[in-house]
Write a protein that binds this ligand. Structure first.
Ligand SMILES: *Cc1c(COP(=O)(O)O)cnc(C)c1O
Length: 498
């Protein structure tokens, strides 16, 4: 099995090259040239397996230059007792219509752990194969959850260093505390004056900056990415949609082969793209429902076929979805445009130069067949959190609440009653102040008091890693400007390059 680039499909890479490199040299994203398929017989086998075994089964189909033992070593290390439930990604039927796929049982309490607990292992094996002897510098732009999950995954991993940039006013207090208290001898964290898109643009610029790359090379290092532009981030996410279908079967929600819908609260388009790949592999998924917050660039895109980022950027109560440039959409476009990398390169050029692009009508028609889309503003999110809690006793985080709202609206509007899985992307305690507001609780000023208040109000258990933050030492207080040059200086300083 091979990988190529969305912007130049003459490129051929192995899985380990795609993962070690992160992004293709001309700026495109690595995509598989063909997908492995799953039959009913595969699903029967998968149903009888534990989560880490399901991951081995699926990942070995993609990582064809890994040995079976290497894949198994990675999945065993990643999906063990660092998750607070043996099922790793449990499917929780909170009422007849809402099956919640809880993806936040890992060490940082957000779905990013599902990929970032395994990525360092995939990266180690990949680097040994394709760039032996070099130190990998993981450069991350985060809207809050990726940064912490990547730091936690890569801390003290041999042969790696990790540097994280986050928007100074763009993350929740809990997310900030998680990052600035990060332990480990190979980690660095810096805030930027700007938003997530600035951080992501800066990081992408550094990745493709020839002078920066030479400096690194001379120091025996190379960059790679832990953002979902890295194939190694996406491929583990495919597993939990396949796993969720197995659990829908086990819970009697569907018979073998009967379709489900999947709803995903979306930012960078990585999570929902993984659901698309699961579907293309043969998982019976009818509609992929893309849920956005007030930054509804994707909702408008699915409606009109025009991706237009020339619009105001809003900070919302679901900060991990405050994104205007959804990087992984590029992969979807490549597949839906009959793998025409020139067409994709043109659209991406147009995005850079004109801040927008329009998809060809054949692509739009394919999007319409596969996807539905909707959005929720902060008020609708707050009302959803309150209603669902009052009705069922289940506490949604703000991101999952976006998905809930959009799903209920979709179901009411279309009458589509296909059994549906809603991806739940974070534990509510990560966004405590917004949840308290939604529930109408007068907030204390101190973050840890707020956590206690939410616990008193709901009785929901506080995750151990969040409770433990209280006694951690603050290690990282740097702030730099959000342009590539300032970020370059910060990287050089942190890596001791001049
Ligand atoms: C990252 C994140 C999202 C968005 O996921 P994408 O893969 O970027 O679309 C949604 N919710 C939470 C809690 C996240 O951390």
């Amino acid at each position: 099995m091979h990988y190529t680039s969305t912007r130049d499909n003459s490129i051929v890479a192995t899985a380990s090259q795609a993962i070690a490199q992160g992004i293709s040299k001309e700026g495109g994203l690595f995509v598989p040239t063909a997908l492995p398929t799953l039959s009913a017989a595969d699903f029967t086998v998968l149903q009888g397996l534990k989560y880490n075994e399901r991951a081995t089964y699926v990942l070995s189909r993609f990582l064809t230059d890994f040995t079976a033992a290497e894949v198994e070593e990675c999945t065993t290390a990643a999906y063990g007792t660092q998750f607070d439930t043996a099922s790793v990604a449990p499917l929780n039927a909170i009422d007849a219509e809402h099956n919640v796929l809880e993806l936040w049982h890992g060490p940082t309490c957000a779905f990013k752990d599902m990929a970032l607990q395994i990525l360092p292992h995939l990266m180690r094996v990949s680097t040994q194969k394709s760039l032996p002897g070099e130190e990998v510098v993981i450069l991350v732009a985060t809207s809050g959850d990726t940064g912490k999950a990547a730091l936690e995954g890569f801390k003290d991993a041999a042969g790696t260093r990790i540097l994280v940039f986050y928007p100074v006013d763009g993350v929740s207090e809990m997310q900030r505390l998680q990052m600035i208290t990060q332990e480990g001898n190979n980690v660095g964290v810096c805030a930027i004056r700007g938003n997530f898109d600035d951080a992501q643009t800066g990081v992408k610029t550094l990745f493709t900056d020839a002078a920066m790359q030479k400096q690194l090379k001379d120091g025996g290092m190379h960059f790679s990415s832990a953002n979902s532009i890295n194939w190694g981030r996406l491929v583990p996410q495919i597993v939990y949609y396949i796993s969720a279908y197995c659990d829908m079967l086990a819970q009697g929600k569907v018979a073998m082969g009967e379709p489900i819908n999947v709803v995903v609260p979306t930012g960078n388009f990585g999570n929902i793209l993984a659901a698309y790949y699961a579907r293309e592999m043969g998982t019976p998924i009818a509609k992929l429902i893309c849920a956005s917050n007030r930054n509804r660039v994707l909702t408008d895109f699915f409606e009109s076929g025009v991706y237009d980022t020339a619009r105001p950027f809003y900070t919302t109560t679901s900060p991990s979805m405050d994104i205007l440039v959804s990087s992984n959409l590029e992969r979807l476009l490549y597949h839906l445009a009959d793998e025409d990398s020139d067409a994709v390169a043109d659209m991406m050029r147009s995005l850079r130069e004109d801040k927008k692009y329009t998809v060809p009508s054949v692509v739009k028609a394919r999007m319409d067949a596969l996807f539905a889309a909707g959005c929720a503003d902060d008020e609708q999110v707050a009302a959803t959190i309150k209603t669902v809690f009052d009705k069922t006793g289940y506490l949604l985080d703000t991101h999952t609440a976006v998905a809930f709202y959009v799903y209920d609206a979709y179901r009411a509007e279309t009458g589509d009653t296909t059994p549906t899985v809603i991806a739940s992307t974070a534990n509510p305690y990560k966004f405590t102040p917004s949840i308290l507001e939604a529930l109408g609780v007068e907030k204390d000023e101190k973050p840890y008091e707020q956590v206690a208040q939410l616990h008193d109000k709901t009785g929901c258990a506080v995750p151990t890693p969040l409770a433990a933050l209280r006694t951690k030492v603050v290690r990282f207080t740097d702030v730099c400007d959000g342009d590539a040059e300032s970020m370059r200086e910060t990287v050089c300083r942190m890596l001791h390059l001049d």
